[in-house]
Design a protein around this ligand. Structure first.
Ligand code: SAH
Length: 483
């Protein structure tokens, strides 16, 4: 390492890390520079050095990358919410595609695997249906609310975020105003004192129903009727809830919810089905892209009405339920009890009676199912970022499904896992990346893998029902040159 802290060096950005920092090289050392773009030639000040790399900050852009655009948000750079608002959407999609390709070739070891073009999101703005805004105090003890700065708990005071629908700004202004006017105390993370922790908002995009939830360090809020009366002016306002979180923790939500007004849940429509969303239930934050993701998974699954479909890591059951009417039986497995309760309710809400949901670790549940002789025709896996246990992959393979559809939110673990499937005979044949979270570095993928062909399928009926001498004599009758 021959780079010095605080020194300024010139470099060209040639790549991106998985977290969205630009990568340049100075004297053969990789320098990571956030908010830079591939093709930038810039002067960078080294702010941190370590054994194998350095972190730099842009001092001056000498030649801007052709991908650069003017950021459309005034909080970009300070705010940790968006990574890519300074490059075009095409450039962002290219980076995401490249990331999937790199993982598949470098980690997975696949050379000629078909990677389809990335499915883009029509709206790069306003696509989130959920927001969690922390409350805090500025240096003058004024109440503020907004978003955390990058990798920190410093609050950037803002009531407007381009990733969220504009009505969320209206709600945050009302809640902030209510808190300030009534001098409602704000939670201090260090002292573990004060009431208001987060403002949590959800919208059901199709029905327009809105749920507002105050996460508090306590069990009640003062002047609640004033807040309710003001929120009633917001179009779609359906529910006001308190979420009790009295723990000294970074986890946003506590386990208990108290309804102050309206309904216990809001209802959205996804893939033609109704889903009731309560404060604690998981729901895809980009509904439109979730529908696209699920339809790719369904296309890959090619289900028929006598199939058994196993949906592993099913959450509240949305993927499996969206396909349940096309199969004989759906089995969903998920580790979180509330999610399984939601999944069961969601099935009932939609008149789906061929679904069974099991609350268990996916690896353990599959061993049990396999021992019971359950033979799914299609297995869908949608694991969290760390991917699947190897033992789970082995059990899935033992069940010999015709198809495995792997939905992933982390390309690196996806590449690792599909290469294990590949070693066990399940060849990946196609991958489709989907952009679920524009302006952030995340990219989802759907992978299709198929069962290894049996001898029978490989050589067909023709060869299986004939002896070798029959085949040779039939062949020689048709091909004179054999004589
Ligand atoms: N398929 C769902 C959710 C996918 S997110 C959807 O599309 O909405 C991944 C899910 O895996 C989460 O719900 C998480 O709770 C669950 N999970 C994590 N570890 C698990 C494990 N070991 N066994 C079963 N489920 C697990």
């Amino acid at each position: 390492m021959n780079l010095k802290k605080n020194e300024i060096y010139e470099t060209t950005v040639t790549g991106m890390t998985t977290e969205g920092s630009g990568v340049g090289r100075v004297n053969d050392t990789a320098v990571f520079i956030s908010n830079s773009a591939i093709g930038d030639v810039l002067k960078t000040r080294i702010i941190k050095t370590s054994k194998n790399y350095a972190i730099g900050r842009t001092e001056e852009i000498i030649i801007p990358s052709p991908d650069r655009v003017n950021p459309d948000c005034k909080y970009f750079v300070q705010c940790g919410g968006c990574t890519y608002r300074h490059i075009s959407y095409d450039a962002e999609l290219q980076i995401k595609y490249q990331r999937v390709e790199d993982a598949v070739t470098r980690i997975g070891g696949f050379r000629n695997l078909k990677i389809n073009p990335i499915v883009s999101c029509e709206n790069r703005c306003f696509y989130r249906n959920k927001a969690q805004l922390p409350f805090g105090k500025d240096n003058h003890s004024n109440t503020i609310m907004g978003f955390y700065a990058y990798h920190s708990h410093r609050i950037i005071d803002s009531d407007c975020c381009l990733l969220q629908p504009p009505v969320f700004s209206e709600i945050s202004r009302i809640v902030r105003d209510w808190a300030v006017r009534n001098n409602v105390s704000v939670y201090d993370e260090i002292l573990h004192r004060g009431l208001l922790r987060h403002l949590y908002i959800r919208i059901a995009e199709v029905t327009g129903e809105i749920m507002v939830c105050l996460v508090i360090n306590g069990k009640s809020v003062p002047y609640k009727n004033e807040l309710i009366d003001r929120l009633k002016y917001v179009n779609g306002f359906k529910s006001l809830q308190l979420n009790v979180n009295t723990q000294k923790t970074n986890v946003i939500l506590g386990k208990e919810c108290i309804k102050l007004y309206g309904s216990d849940y809001i209802t959205d429509i996804l893939c033609g089905l109704k889903f009731n969303i309560s404060p604690l239930s998981f729901y895809q934050v980009n509904r439109t892209q979730a529908e696209k993701l699920y339809s790719i998974a369904e296309n890959y699954a090619k289900l028929s009405n006598d199939d058994i479909l196993l949906d592993l890591y099913c959450g509240t059951g949305t993927i499996g339920l969206s396909m349940a009417k096309k199969v004989k039986k759906l089995i969903g497995v998920e580790i979180i009890p509330q999610a399984i309760e939601n999944a069961k309710k969601n099935a009932a809400l939609n008149g789906i009676d061929n679904a069974e949901f099991i609350c268990a670790d996916a690896a353990k549940a599959t061993v049990k199912l396999e021992k019971q002789g359950i033979k799914p025709d299609v297995v869908i896996l949608d694991p969290p970022r760390k991917g699947c246990d190897k033992s789970l992959i082995e059990t899935v393979v033992k069940m010999t499904p015709d198809k495995v559809v792997y939905v992933s939110c982390d390309s690196a673990t996806m590449a690792r896992d599909i290469s294990i499937f590949n070693e066990l005979g399940y060849k990946p044949t196609e991958i489709t990346p989907v952009d679920m979270f524009p302006a952030t570095p995340h990219v989802e993928t759907v992978v299709l893998m198929s069962r290894p062909l049996t001898e029978h399928e490989k050589y067909g009926e023709y060869f299986m029902n004939r002896s070798v001498s029959d085949i040779m004599s039939e062949y020689s009758e048709q091909h004179d040159e054999w004589h």
